[in-house]
Ligand binder design. Sequence first.
Ligand SMILES: *[C@@H]1O[C@H](CO)[C@@H](O)[C@H](O)[C@H]1NC(C)=O
Length: 239
Amino acid sequence: MKLILRYIIIGFLIFIYNFQFGYSLQFKMSGTSTTNSNQYSQNIQELKLQWDSSKVIDKTQFSKSDNPGLSLSNNDQTVTREERFRGDDFPPIRILSKSGLTDCGIQGNISMDWSVRVDESHGFLEVGLYNTKSNQCYLYKSSGSQVQFENIQQDESSLDYQTSDFGEAFSNGDYITTRVEFIFPSAHSDQNIPYLNIHYLKNGRYLGSPFQQISPIYNFYPMVGLNDNGDQVTLIFNP
Ligand SMILES: *[C@@H]1O[C@H](CO)[C@@H](O)[C@H](O)[C@H]1NC(C)=O
């Protein structure tokens, strides 16, 4: 009798565990608040972003011009490159989102997704993260529709940029999701400073994680870089 009771209790506990597990798998947050979870991969927060015209990084030779070289539309969710003069096209002008990844505070393992649709690209579109304190930049760059360039990843955390092949080309109509995974190692592990890993998806399909174990984790902003006149990307939600 006692044994049967024990099986019933164990069965009940397994049921409760599965219920929570199954539920959290489908759990997808929107908005900008954060939650805790023991299993980061089930805890993906979708960021609702806007571009910030006061956060433009312009290293072109015309950066002193009154014209910013980019314009925002569609409730600041679409950014379009506008060349100011002939030949005003390198390096890409970068723009950051209004809010940073950790602006709302962060605690515990969590992944954050943000996605851009490529409306128009001529070959030098960058999708990445920029650290406003350290000026570190991590990005994924791809060939456009007209000219074939390489698709690469670029790590600008040191003076010599680290560049290597990554993923696949993307162009007009594709959407790219950047997933930033924050990891807070448990207190008793060897390495217990928080770090982040960056993953990319193309049209919802996982491509890989070119940047890993980045720390410190603060002051990172979603970023795009647009090089050529007419290059345009739009932030999208729940793609
Ligand atoms: C967060 O993830 C790390 C790495 O997988 C793990 O060691 C740690 O225990 C996790 N933290 C929690 C609270 O689950």
